[in-house]
Design a protein around this ligand. Structure first.
Ligand SMILES: *Cc1c(COP(=O)(O)O)cnc(C)c1O
Length: 455
C-alpha cells in the first residue's frame, strides 16, 4: 500500500493566480480597511476565506450543466435534483433555495419570533443572524471539549445532552425546534457522532420538538463517523448519511459545501403543513417550488455533485489534506484546533498572539498578517464574528480562531507547503503583530463589512 495520498483527480482546466509583492499587499489590505472580506479576489494568491461555493466542479458536473432544463415549472432537472437529495436524505419535501441562508430564513419565518429560544451544538453565523433577525435567540450547547482547542475528543461537535435536557425542561414552550450542525462549522469543523445525533433526536421527540439538521458538511461528517465511531467501519458512506437524516424532521443545506456546487441550497421537511407554509414563503422570496432560487443547470450540477461527494477516495484525500497541515503546524509550535476539522484548519490565535487581548481581535490581526506575508486570505472566527451581544455590549467569544477553509478539489500539496512556509515566517515575527479597533460596523453579522484601524 502506498503511503502518499494523492489528489484523486487530474487537472483539465486551470485558472491563473496573479502574483503580488508584499509591498503591494500591505497597501491593498490598508485600502480594504484591514477586512479580508473587502479585498478583491484578484489580489489574493491562495484564497482560504471559505470553502463555500469555491470548489472545482467535475467534468461530469459541467456536462450535466448542459442538460439543465430551464422550464419555470416541473423541470426534469428539479426531479433529478430532488431524487439525488432523497437518495441520501429521506425527507418527504425537498424545497430548493439559492443557498443555505435562504433555507434558514424560510425556516425561521416559521419557527422564529420574539421570545423563542433555539438550541444547536453551535449556530453558524448566518443561522444565528436569521434567528436574531426574527427576534428569537440562538443557544449553543456543544460539549465542553468542543471549545477546548487542545482536546482530542473524536466528536467535538457533539451536543451536550444533559445541558440540552435541562434547556428543554427549563424553556418548554419557548423552544420551537432543536437544531444540530454537522459538521460543527463555527466550532472548528468538528464532527458529530451518529450516536449523539440519535440521542438528540430522541430528546427532541420526548419533548415534542421538531429536530432539524443543518447538514452542510454531511459527507465529511459521515467520513469521520466511519473512521472513529465503534461499529461504523464497514459501512458505506451513503448508508451512514441516511442514518443521520432518518431521525430528523427536516434539514437546511448549503449546496455550496458538500454538494460540490458553486451555488445552491435546500430546505427539507417531512411535515406536510409546514412544507406548505415554507413553499408559500419560497414563492414570495425565492421562486416557484420546482426551482427555488436556482437555474435548472444549477440543480443538475448539484444532482451530479451529490453522487461524487460521498466517494471515499475523495473524502480520504479531503480530510488528509487538513491533517497534513495540522501535523506540520503542530510541529512548528503553532496552536491549532485538534484533531483536524473536516473542511478547514483552525488556528488558535488567542493563545498564539496572547499579547493581543480578545477585544483587540487577535484572530483578525493574524488574518491581516497572513495576507501581508503570503497573500493568503483567511477569516476570523472569534470575537469579531460572535462578540457583539444582542444588548449592544461586546464580550470575548469562546475562542479566537482563524479559519483556513479549504475549497474542494482546488489547491494542491505545493499550495499546502506554501501555506506552511508562511507560518514559519510568522512564527519569527508574531510578537510584533498589532491588534485592531473597529471604526465602523453594521448591526448584524458585522465581520463581513466592518472597517478596522490598526492599534
Ligand atoms: C455555509 C453555511 C450556512 C449558510 O449557507 P450559505 O449557502 O452560505 O447561505 C449555514 N450553516 C452552515 C454550517 C454553513 O457552513
Amino acid at each position: 500500500m502506498m503511503k502518499t495520498i494523492i489528489e484523486p483527480f487530474r487537472i483539465k482546466s486551470v485558472e491563473p493566480i496573479r502574483m503580488t509583492t508584499r509591498a503591494e499587499r500591505e497597501a491593498l489590505i490598508r485600502k480594504a480597511n484591514f477586512n479580508t472580506f473587502t479585498l478583491d479576489a484578484d489580489d489574493v494568491l491562495i484564497d482560504l476565506l471559505t470553502d463555500s461555493g469555491t470548489g472545482a466542479m467535475s467534468a461530469a458536473q459541467w456536462s450535466a450543466v448542459m442538460r439543465g432544463d430551464e422550464s419555470y415549472a416541473g423541470s426534469p432537472s428539479y426531479y433529478r435534483f430532488r431524487d439525488a437529495v432523497q437518495n441520501l436524505m429521506p425527507f418527504k419535501h425537498i424545497i430548493p433555495t439559492h443557498q443555505g441562508r435562504a433555507a434558514e430564513a424560510i425556516l425561521f419565518s416559521i419557527f422564529g419570533g420574539v421570545g423563542k429560544k433555539i438550541p444547536n451544538n453551535t449556530h453558524f453565523d448566518t443561522t444565528r443572524g436569521n434567528i436574531e433577525a426574527s427576534g428569537a435567540e440562538g443557544h449553543d450547547l456543544v460539549i465542553g471539549e468542543g471549545t477546548d482547542p487542545a482536546s482530542l475528543h473524536p466528536f467535538k461537535g457533539n451536543m451536550d445532552l444533559p445541558r440540552l435536557a435541562r434547556f428543554l425542561e427549563e424553556h418548554g414552550d419557548a423552544v420551537p425546534c432543536v437544531m444540530m450542525t454537522i459538521t460543527n462549522n463555527a466550532g472548528g469543523g468538528q464532527p458529530v457522532a451518529l450516536e449523539n445525533i440519535r440521542a438528540v433526536a430522541e430528546l427532541a421527540r420526548a419533548f415534542g420538538k421538531p429536530f432539524i439538521i443543518d447538514g452542510c458538511r454531511f459527507a465529511e461528517n459521515a467520513w469521520f463517523i466511519k473512521q472513529r465511531e465503534p461499529g461504523q467501519q464497514d459501512r458505506s458512506i451513503p448508508d451512514i448519511v441516511r442514518d443521520c437524516f432518518a431521525v430528523a424532521d427536516g434539514m437546511t443545506m448549503s449546496a455550496k459545501k458538500d454538494a460540490f456546487g458553486n451555488i445552491g441550497g435546500w430546505l427539507a421537511l417531512n411535515d406536510d403543513d409546514l412544507a406548505e407554509v415554507a413553499r408559500t414563503h419560497l414563492i414570495r422570496t425565492e421562486g416557484f417550488p420546482t426551482y427555488g432560487g436556482l437555474a435548472g443547470r444549477d440543480m443538475e450540477a448539484l444532482a451530479q455533485g451529490l453522487t461524487e461527494i460521498v466517494d471515499e477516495d475523495y473524502l480520504r484525500y479531503r480530510i488528509r489534506t487538513n491533517e497534513y497541515i495540522v501535523e506540520r503546524l503542530d510541529a512548528l509550535g503553532v496552536p491549532v484546533v485538534k484533531p483536524a476539522g473536516g473542511h478547514a484548519v483552525f488556528i488558535d490565535a488567542r493563545s498564539w498572539l496572547d499579547h493581543i487581548p480578545p477585544l483587540e481581535y487577535p484572530g483578525q490581526a493574524l488574518a491581516v498578517a497572513l495576507y501581508e506575508i503570503a497573500g493568503i486570505r483567511t477569516a476570523e472566527i472569534g470575537t469579531v464574528m460572535f462578540g457583539r451581544q444582542p444588548d449592544g455590549s461586546e464580550k470575548p467569544a469562546a475562542m479566537d480562531l482563524v479559519r483556513l477553509a479549504m475549497p474542494r478539489r482546488t489547491y494542491t500539496q505545493s499550495h499546502a507547503d506554501y501555506i506552511l512556509e508562511a507560518f514559519e515566517e510568522l512564527a519569527e515575527i508574531r510578537r510584533s503583530l498589532k491588534g485592531l479597533r473597529i471604526t465602523h460596523e453594521p448591526k448584524l453579522m458585522r465581520h463581513f463589512t466592518c472597517r478596522y484601524e490598526q492599534l
